[in-house]
Design a binder for this molecule. Structure first.
Ligand code: HDE
Length: 701
């Protein structure tokens, strides 16, 4: 029998630590327990007292009452009762991994920040990706912004770059953040809808906040349904400052560029993935790292000064704006590699505490009012979430460089100073740490003139020009997806006035877009909104499109091969070889998970039973079937769905001649340019090459 688990890298191979012990545990009659593994460590209570029985509560009499003195039971249940900590108020659902940042092009002339000083220097890093709106147990493919939070353990302390996969934000001022989040999360009275923005509260708020119009273009685009964390960009969003050793400052915007290119799924697929595998993104990251296919991003910078910033009509301190790459190209200075999954999700991913205020010498803030508000929020939220001020003592949050200060005590203090001095200045011989005026962090001495007022600057007033630029920079397929995104979300709003208000904004973005959405909703176009400042026409920016920046190979992507009894093993093998040669993964889907018997008598095990492995889980699909198997699959709903969904989602598809009965049962009798017949093993490489194009979009037209 073929052991495909060793031959083909797939999800099934990547379950670290799932070996079954060869010393099965027995539970004897009456619940008496016998430990069969003499090498196992002795079980104790949290206080270290050895435990004799972990199955039965201490009772008075065989069928009598449980006794309060059973300290083992009470300790075990008490600890269980306290297992949860408050989930993050936003970005609750997330997944993290370890890795490193490697400097490839040092920039000491721009910044004294430690990670950027020497080529080849590696800084240990932890990254957590997340969705924003859903709770911790929500699904991965919600239409949402993704968090892209990076913690670098530098020699000058921890630097947290807490970014998103979209380079702009909904609002300009931190004051509006609680309102934004209240509006998108479940309504307070009914506690639904969860993990989605398709509801009245959210769109009501958005319709009253014209500054969110640029962000809404991104969120209704396929950026909000990425194929995987590995195929998405990350952005620092705000304008930050770099400061060099001489104290000279430049503005900087941070960009993470995925090595694999950009790729998203389509909305219908996202909805179905959420049912088929709610953990799709976390599983993808885990599998890739476990397979040694380490996700990688380049760190690109946009560096500029006040003179450059003053050329724009918009303000670089406004987080609802980008600087198009065509206007200011990216300068690549390093790479981020994620090469280690966590050992314990709670200890690392759940307890990691990112704070935008965590910066290091060489980096500084700007007056972006959103960033300034965040600098208060993150420290505050960690104190609540992690139970006190000592969350920096938790290993995932602790600096990896030496640290010395006079902070003391508090809940769960782990690093306790010795000696007498706990204040500064002091005159003790062993008086403890002293500030370093030379190498210590110094804020850049920017001038802050002007009266104390609550005022949105005039330079923040253009809310439509960049929204318009985003829309015209997309391919027609992407423009359709954006229109469909708006139409879907607005169709879930019960109040027609809310839908109309959005349509009035969309007219200032693009009349064609507004007309498409109005048509899909069955609305007449209302009068356009009155802008605070009239939008201007900006140039197309190709970098804003996913499809113009997609992958150029099948590397890192997954082929689902549907097999049946009687399949041609030589074609199957050739396909697997072609995918793996390209750096892709294969998952074998069959009517039964035990596998199939090929026409040459060989048995091939499956990774998925067809109803558990729908085609939405794969980037491309192949049907390597025997005739009878194809007939049987054609009578099964999951078999037909596998094919019709792959077709509807514009995936590249290949099939052996014997797969015809299944194609027929699905009603697909007219092959198109995205479908290939695998007549012989030699056809396999050409199919995999065709799949490099990601999707056969002509089919959508
Ligand atoms: Fe956050 N945000 N945020 N945010 N944010 C949090 O901190 C907040 C904003 C982002 O994986 C919270 O630890 C305010 C922009 C990420 O652990 C909280 C404002 C961007 C993560 C918080 C913003 C982000 C958070 C909740 C407006 C992109 C997840 C739990 C002023 C640049 C980090 C926590 C992780 C998390 C507040 C706006 C990204 C409450 C007040 C803009 C990636 O502190």
């Amino acid at each position: 029998m073929t052991d495909n688990k060793t031959l083909y890298p797939s999800t099934a191979d990547t379950q670290k630590g799932t070996e079954i012990a060869d010393h099965p545990v027995e539970v004897g009659h009456g619940g008496e327990w016998h430990q069969q593994d003499p090498g196992a460590p002795r079980m104790t209570t949290a206080q270290g007292t050895p435990v004799s029985d972990d199955q039965n509560t201490l009772t008075g009499g065989e069928r009598g009452p449980s006794l309060l003195e059973d300290f083992h039971l009470r300790e075990k249940i008490f600890h269980f009762d306290h297992e949860r900590i408050p989930e993050r108020v936003v970005h609750a659902r997330g997944y993290g991994a370890h890795g490193y940042f490697e400097c490839t092009n040092p920039i000491p002339e721009l910044t004294s920040a430690n990670p950027f000083q020497e080529a080849g220097k590696r800084t240990p890093t932890f990254v957590r990706f997340s969705t924003v709106a859903g709770n911790k147990g929500s699904f991965d493919l919600a239409r949402d912004v993704r968090g892209f939070a990076v913690k670098m353990y530098t020699e000058d302390g921890n630097w947290d770059l807490v970014g998103n996969n979209i380079p702009v934000f909904f609002i300009q001022d931190a004051m509006k953040f609680p309102d934004l989040i209240h509006s998108v999360k479940e309504a307070p009275d009914r506690a639904f809808p969860q993990a989605q923005s398709a509801h009245d509260n959210f769109w009501d708020f958005i319709s009253l906040m014209p500054e969110s119009m640029h962000m809404m273009q991104w969120v209704m685009s396929d950026r909000a349904i990425p194929r995987s964390f590995r195929f998405m960009e990350g952005f620092g969003v705000h304008t930050f400052r770099f400061v060099n050793a001489e104290g000279k400052s430049h503005y900087v915007k941070f960009h993470w560029k995925p090595k694999l290119g950009l790729q998203s799924v389509v909305w219908d697929e996202a909805v179905k993935i959420n049912g088929a595998d709610p953990d799709f993104h976390r599983r993808d990251l885990w599998d890739a790292i476990q397979n040694g296919d380490f996700p990688e991003w380049e760190l690109g910078l946009q560096i500029f000064d006040d003179e450059f910033a003053d050329k724009f009509d918009f303000d670089v301190l406004d987080a609802t704006k980008i600087i198009p790459e065509e206007d200011l190209p990216i300068r690549v200075v390093g790479r981020l590699v994620l090469d280690r999954t966590v050992d314990n999700f709670f200890a690392e991913t759940e307890q990691v505490a990112f704070c935008t205020q965590n910066i290091i010498p060489g980096i500084d803030f700007t007056n972006d009012p959103l960033l300034q508000g965040r600098n208060f929020s993150y420290l505050d939220t960690q104190t609540k979430r992690l139970g006190g001020p000592n969350f920096t003592h938790i290993p995932i949050n602790a600096p990896r460089c030496p640290f010395h200060h006079f902070q003391q005590d508090g809940h769960m203090a782990m690093h306790n100073p010795t000696g007498r001095a706990n204040y500064e200045p002091n005159s003790w011989a062993q008086g403890g740490p002293r500030p370093d005026p030379k190498a210590g962090f110094k804020s850049h001495p920017t001038e802050t003139p002007g009266p104390k007022r609550r005022l949105r600057p005039e330079s923040f007033a253009d809310h439509y020009s960049q929204a318009r630029q985003f829309y015209i920079s997309q391919t027609p397929v992407e423009q359709d997806h954006i229109a469909n995104g708006f139409a879907f979300e607005l169709s879930k709003c019960v109040v027609a006035d809310i839908r109309n208000r959005i349509l009035s904004h969309l007219q200032l973005v693009d009349e064609g877009l507004a007309a498409k959405v109005a048509d899909a909703l069955g609305h007449d176009l209302p009068a356009p909104a009155t802008p605070a400042r009239a939008p201007v026409d900006l140039k197309v920016s190709d970098k804003l499109s996913i499809l113009k920046n997609g992958p150029d190979s099948f590397k890192g992507r997954k082929m689902g091969i549907l097999v049946s009894d009687g399949m041609d093993k030589t074609i199957f093998d050739a396909l697997v070889d072609a995918v793996t040669a390209e750096g892709g993964m294969v998952e074998i889907v069959a009517p039964k998970v035990g596998g199939v018997t090929a026409s040459n008598g060989e048995v091939v095990e499956a990774n998925q039973k067809v109803d558990g492995g729908p085609s939405v889980l794969y980037d491309a699909v192949a049907l390597v079937l025997g005739k009878e198997g194809a007939e049987k699959l054609g009578k099964m709903l999951p078999g037909k769905d596998f094919v019709s969904n792959a077709h509807g989602h514009c995936k590249f598809m290949a099939m052996t001649a014997d797969a015809e009965p299944l194609m027929k049962a699905t009603g697909l009798t007219d092959p198109d340019g995205g479908m290939m017949t695998l007549k012989s093993p030699s056809d396999a490489p050409a199919f995999v090459q065709a799949c490099r194009a990601v999707r056969f979009w002509d089919r959508a037209a």
